[in-house]
Design a protein around this ligand. Structure first.
Ligand code: PEP
Ligand code: MG
Length: 765
């Protein structure tokens, strides 16, 4: 038995294993041993060593017979790869296990517990789970194994899985020599978990001390394999509490199937949207995660399970996510000590440090310097030039759909809105750090500002892995300078281009241009801005929305003095209502569209905002015809953002709309009577309120009957859970913010796959 050290046994009990044993027990086995020695609650286990596998190959005279199949193998040829893999696996499966090895396995199994335990059998390749060489998922796992005969069979199957086609391909590409790669097998007590999942002990990208826990019902395989969208909890180790949670709709769980194996089972209705973990359980998991991370010195990717109130740690390995840097931990540590000055709503992701500049209104934008942190009550369109210069934005007022939130997300500038007190608590000149994800402003410079390169990398990663979805995933754009970033997401088009933002550079209201006979300037500005966006999305639909700005948003601009003072601008003279009353303002916009259509931009569609009755659509269309548009041959549609338009959507379809898009920012406020910009009502502003969902569901159904594209461009479309619900209910397209396109596409793809799978299963039944 040359090459196999005699002193290494065929099996090692968990208590005997240390991290130095990696060559014998693999990364997974060694890590379990280490965790057990730290006192973490690891289920009982033993490992069939890599040496046992090698002895098996030698004694069964398999080595040369297997390796000859890989010599000169072209792994790029599917057929050749599959054939070699199948033959190698057959050899392993058909050979008989040397009796000494089988006997030692029997003994180890008996040592676990007097009664035969139900176990999981997992591979632990000797290069597996090591940093930079994660073989995760390349070998198989066998669950719910009971009794020694089944165990021996499962171990042999596990050995055979070392020669799966994917595993061979992966090793060839990574430069691992098949002759020297061994496989150890972990035999671990199966935890019949009531809930299970994974956790990242620190933020996988920034390294911040935020523990991210994902969990679902049943065995953890459902989460690891991506069969379900799990709940997601964020635990802030500095604050010692759960700071964010996203409760997903969990349709499937994996459970033990009687005596052998597992099966998927439907989750009962009452548990589908129930919260899987209590805050206390998240905190306990985070504590165990911390112990593992502290021990290994790097953030860990941990699998966990809970049954009857007992937490088990099943596996821990280093996070191999791109972007993790050794420095990330130190920035996190600095933050632990950081003092929180202001807490609001995280409206645009990213962190930045800089000096505070507080401004009362747009007249003071001259005070704002490049790299400052802009603090104000609420931003206005006329503050955009200043917003472009700053590193972060903090407002007293507003929610996720306010002006500051929308513009910051597009500029890629971190923003915190609705803080209530920022303009009082913060002082001009003070150094602060803004976390636009969590909505927190810290005293001093406590985290490195993300470089534009890092931001670009994230965007390009998102674009680098395009997923094909039947539901179009589009992007929202408000400022033309964001067009390239928006296109880099790989979006299927623009589901909303808000043109009121295009006029901001001019600093004057539309009526000022009309009053002063400067119409051409106005048309040119719109034309140029829209064209920039159209050019970034060649051949893809771009839905341009006609002007929708409440009168108060225009007040500070030149000409704003003529804007009427309304008691309630949100319910007032805005959207299509205003254009129908102001034919000249409407005509100038249409003129810009006409020029673009004349130049062949057929992908330009026009969307009317705040439409409440089909007559408004009919009138707008007739006015466009009177301005010389061939209205039957261009794409005209409406926003559905007033409950009335959802309720009588059928009449809109009859009136000839080509598409309808939910403006949930407004639809929610008008359905629930909750001002979308009122920071005191944030917790009552509920996108998933059953009344809102009912309206959406109804309108989607009617649009589908009429073959009218039904879409969403409100902020709710940037929430993956909502996206899942929308796809489930038949939406045709979703338009998200630039920063959300990648995750929405993933949510859409996952949901579509689930729907197909469920349909296939039904037709098989
Ligand atoms: C909406 O209401 O959802 C929408 C997209 O329009 P705005 O936010 O511009 O009102
Ligand atoms: Mg709206």
């Amino acid at each position: 038995m040359s090459g196999v050290p005699e002193n290494v046994p065929n099996t090692l009990m968990l208590e005997e294993i240390r991290k130095e044993d990696i060559p014998s027990v693999g990364g997974k086995g060694a890590s379990l041993g280490e965790m057990a020695s730290l006192g973490l609650p690891v289920p009982k286990a033993f490992v069939v060593t890599a040496q046992a596998f090698r002895r098996f190959l030698i004694e069964a005279k398999l080595e040369e017979r297997i390796f000859s199949k890989f010599r000169g193998l072209d792994v790029e040829s599917n057929e050749a790869l599959e054939a070699a893999a199948n033959e190698a696996r057959e050899l392993v499966l058909n050979a008989s296990m040397p009796s000494r090895i089988a006997e030692e396995i029997r003994t180890a199994y008996r040592k676990m517990a007097p009664e035969p335990l139900i176990v999981a059998v997992r591979s632990s390749a000797t290069a597996e789970d090591l940093p930079d060489a994660s073989f995760a998922g390349q070998q198989e796992t066998f669950l719910n194994i009971r009794g020694v005969e089944d165990l021996l069979e499962a171990i042999q199957k596990c050995w055979a899985s070392l020669y799966g086609a994917r595993a061979i391909y992966y090793r060839a590409k990574q430069g691992f020599d098949d002759h020297s790669v061994n496989i150890a097998v972990v035999v671990q007590q199966l935890i019949h978990s009531e809930k299970a999942g994974v956790m990242f002990t620190s933020h996988p990208v920034t390294g911040e001390p935020l523990t991210i826990v994902e969990g679902s019902w049943g065995l953890g395989e459902a989460v690891v394999s991506g069969t379900v969208s799990p709940d997601n909890y964020v635990y802030d180790q500095r604050a010692g509490k759960v700071v964010d949670r996203l409760i997903a709709r969990k349709l499937i769980e994996i459970v033990s199937d009687g005596s052998k194996g597992t099966r998927e089972s439907e989750v009962s209705i009452s548990r589908q949207q129930a919260q899987v973990l209590s805050d206390e359980e998240v905190a306990r998991l985070a504590m165990f995660g911390r112990i593992a991370e502290d021990h290994y010195g790097v953030p860990q990717d941990v699998e966990w399970a809970i049954v009857g109130g007992d937490v088990f740690i099943l596996q821990s390995r280093p996070i191999t996510t791109i972007g993790m840097t050794p420095n990330a931990g130190s920035s996190g540590e600095k933050r632990v000590e950081a003092k929180v000055l202001v807490q609001g709503i995280g409206a645009a992701p990213g962190t930045a440090s800089g000096r505070v500049v507080i401004i009362a209104d747009a007249k003071e934008i001259g005070l704002v310097k490049e790299g400052d942190i802009l603090v104000t009550k609420m931003t206005n369109p006329d503050m955009v030039p200043a917003m472009r210069k700053v590193k972060a934005i903090v407002t007293d007022e507003g929610g996720m759909t306010c002006h500051a939130a929308i513009v910051s997300r597009e500029l890629g500038t971190p923003a915190v809105v609705g803080s209530r007190t920022a303009t009082q608590v913060l002082k001009t000149g003070q150094m602060v750090t803004v976390d636009g994800e969590k909505g927190t402003v810290y005293e001093g410079e406590v985290a490195p500002a993300p470089t534009p390169k890092a931001v670009a990398e994230v965007a390009s990663q998102a674009a680098a892995a395009p997923l094909i979805t039947a539901t179009s995933v589009k992007v929202n754009v408000s400022i033309p300078e964001a067009a390239q970033r928006a296109a880099a997401t790989g979006a299927d088009g623009v589901g909303l281009l808000r043109i009121e933002h295009l006029m901001l550079g001019l600093g004057k209201t539309p009526s000022w241009f009309i009053k002063n006979g400067r119409e051409e300037e106005f048309i040119k500005e719109l034309y140029d801005g829209i064209k920039t966006v159209l050019d970034a999305f060649p051949g893809k639909p771009v839905w341009v929305r006609t002007i929708d700005a409440p009168t108060d948003e225009f007040r500070n601009m030149q000409g704003g003095e003529d804007e009427p003072r309304e008691h309630n601008p949100m319910l007032g003279w805005r959207g299509i209502r205003r254009d129908l009353h102001s034919p000249e303002q409407f005509r100038l916009q249409v003129e810009a569209f006409k020029r673009l259509w004349a130049e062949g931009y057929e992908n330009l569609g026009v969307m009317f905002p705040l439409v409440g009755h089909p007559d408004e659509f009919v009138q707008a269309k007739a006015m466009m015809a009177s301005f010389g548009v061939d209205v039957e041959n261009v794409t005209l549609g409406v926003m559905v953002e007033i409950p009335s338009s959802a309720l009588i959507i059928e009449q809109f379809c009859e009136a000839g709309i080509k598409f309808a898009s939910f403006g949930t920012n407004d639809l929610i406020q008008y359905t629930l009577a909750i001002d979308r910009n009122n920071e005191y009502l944030t917790d009552m502003y509920k996108p998933k309120h059953p009344a809102v969902l009912k309206l959406i569901d109804y309108a989607i159904g009617i649009c589908r009957e009429y073959g009218v594209e039904c879409s969403i461009c409100g902020q709710a479309g940037s929430d993956p859970v909502m996206a899942e619900w929308l796809v489930d209910h038949g939406i045709a397209s979703i338009s998200a913010n630039i920063d959300a396109v990648a995750k929405i596409r993933q949510a859409v793809a996952k949901t579509e796959r689930r729907i197909l799978l469920e349909a296939a299963r039904r037709s098989n039944a």
